[in-house]
Design a binder for this molecule. Structure first.
Ligand SMILES: Nc1ncnc2c1ncn2[C@@H]1O[C@H](COP(=O)(O)OP(=O)(O)O)[C@@H](O)[C@H]1O
Ligand SMILES: C=C(OP(=O)(O)O)C(=O)O
Ligand SMILES: [K+]
Ligand SMILES: [Mg+2]
Length: 494
């Protein structure tokens, strides 16, 4: 009866487990659920119900849970089983479920950035209920005390309610950024307005149309005529003149600027990055944050703007020296031109990678981002490293309760590429519909995985060539044929 379980066979690549048993998924199931029953729905379209995308996930068994019978990745407090659609399973399956939980049915892990919209205990619980596997804290924002409270709440959730949410700390990095807008949540720049970008510290309140820049050499480095991009082009300015530490710019593409947004400048159509190349990947503030992360026992440290494998090796030795029994995984964020140049060696040195499309899209032309993503995911697949696809997956859901069709297609494509994890940023950190955004990631992941399993599993997987000698190659061919036979058998069984 195993086929009725629809248990998805994960790829050979698994996302690293949370570091301690108490955060491991095996602890997340209440004994009564392991009694054991499973949905038998065989309707291939059952998870395509439109309800999936508009359901009120995280608030009870009625929403997404009832409309996605295949998604067994459900927290202990909620039963997804109804007697009319359940069967007994065999002892082997029962043992596997006890050991691994239902996670094997959703291989795509979900990462949520925690911010003001999701930092309270109940909000974090709603995300855990909705399928959050990893809570990401971004050290660009908030104080260490703020992040410490979030970590404590996630731990409490795991301990008291039996979830298995891991924690990822993401470093700020030393790229050029705007200041914090003097406490304002955003600043609107209109077409043609003249704004001043300055390294001077301003008294509060911030003078009108003025933005602080965190990098002392800013005024020296830019030139009149340069194009200044806020947040990878969400707002654009043209530099018109420099007056001492102040740079006067005219807004050419209006938009909303968020606190601490990233700044890049372009000259004659090329990114000016000489100075960025000289900035350390891990700043002195980042090292303090890393010490904080080690002390807090986070599960992952994601390093922003990695340029080479060296920094990853250095950090890994640092972590090993600081905490000998720690198994903190180091994730390399691929978000700069330099990281693309040294991709394979960076990924090889890391425990995983993140396709950080936000900043990547500010450093390479936007139309190159999809192929860069495909390439990074493929290299990770081949090097057997987990990979997270991040940024703007459901950007419109910061404001609206339903995603655009294009966003759903983007999420689907990342799952189809076999990304190990998808990440929410602003959608969960400061959006209006964090739970709904997570529900969309979850339902789309489950649906595409199912489609892949049922329709595409006969497609040959590209396996890396590892054998160097003739006899190795023979063994490799035999293994490869065995894998193909296995896949064909699977097709017949399904
Ligand atoms: N800890 C936090 N405190 C306040 N705001 C946050 C926090 N984390 C994230 N945010 C908000 O959510 C937005 C999206 O988060 P993220 O993508 O991680 O940052 P960024 O936009 O700097 O890359 C941020 O721009 C910020 O407005
Ligand atoms: C995930 C990213 O990094 P951050 O949000 O820290 O800028 C990104 O740039 O896409
Ligand atoms: K960051
Ligand atoms: Mg970034």
């Amino acid at each position: 009866m195993s086929q009725s379980l629809h248990i998805f066979t994960p790829s050979n690549l698994t996302f690293p487990k949370p570091s301690s048993n108490r955060r491991f998924l095996v602890t997340t199931f209440s004994p009564k659920l392991i009694s054991i029953k499973a949905s038998t729905s065989s309707d291939p379209n059952s998870s395509t119900s439109p309800q999936v995308l508009i359901s009120n996930n995280g608030t009870g068994a009625s929403g997404i849970l009832s409309s996605t019978p295949q998604d067994y990745d459900t927290p202990p407090s909620q039963s997804i089983f109804s007697d009319s659609s359940s069967i007994e399973v065999d002892a082997v399956t029962e043992a596997e479920l006890k050991e691994n939980g239902f996670r094997s049915t959703r291989r795509t892990k979900l990462v949520c950035t925690i911010g003001p919209a999701t930092c309270e205990f109940e909000e974090l619980e709603a995300l855990a209920v909705g399928g959050m596997n990893v809570a990401r804290i971004n050290m660009c924002h908030g104080t260490r005390e703020w992040h410490k409270r979030v970590i404590e709440r996630v731990r409490r959730l795991n301990e008291e309610k039996g979830f298995a949410v891991a924690i990822m700390m993401d470093t700020e990095g030393s790229e050029i950024r705007m200041g914090d807008l003097g406490g304002a949540s955003s600043a609107k720049a209109e077409d043609g307005e003249i704004w001043t970008f300055s390294v001077r510290a301003f008294d509060s309140p911030r003078p009108e149309r003025t933005v602080n820049v965190n990098y002392d050499g800013f005024a020296e480095d830019v030139k009149a005529g340069d194009e200044l991009l806020v947040d990878g082009g969400m707002v654009r300015f043209e530099v018109i003149e420099k007056i001492g530490p102040d740079v006067k710019c005219r807004c050419t593409d209006p938009g909303l600027m968020l606190p601490r947004a990233n700044l890049t400048f372009w000259r004659d159509g090329s990114l000016v990055r000489e100075r960025n190349a000289m900035l350390p990947t891990i700043s002195s503030k980042d090292w303090l944050d890393i010490d904080f992360g080690i002390a807090e026992g986070v599960d992952f440290i994601a390093i922003s703007f990695v340029k080479s494998a060296e920094v990853i090796n250095h950090l890994k030795s640092y972590i090993a020296a600081r905490s000998r029994d720690s198994d903190i995984a180091v994730i390399a964020k691929i978000e700069s031109v330099d990281s693309l140049k040294n991709l394979e060696e960076i990924i090889q040195a890391s425990d995983g990678a993140m396709v950080a499309r936000g900043d990547l899209g500010a450093q390479i032309p936007l139309e190159q981002v999809p192929s860069a993503q495909q390439n990074i995911v493929q290299i990770c697949r081949q090097l057997n490293k987990p990979v997270i696809v991040a940024s703007q997956l459901l950007e419109s859901m910061i404001e609206y309760p339903t995603p655009t069709r294009a966003e759903v297609a983007d999420v689907s494509e990342a799952v189809r590429q076999r990304a190990d994890a998808l990440m929410l940023s602003g959608e969960s950190a400061m959006g209006q519909y964090p739970d709904k955004a997570l529900a969309v990631l979850r339902s789309v992941s489950v649906r595409i995985e199912k489609w892949w399993r049922e329709e595409k599993c006969h497609e040959a997987m590209e396996l890396p060539v590892v054998g160097s000698s003739f006899s190795d190659s023979i063994s490799e061919e035999i293994c490869s044929s065995a894998a193909k036979m296995g896949m064909h058998t699977l097709v017949l069984v399904l």
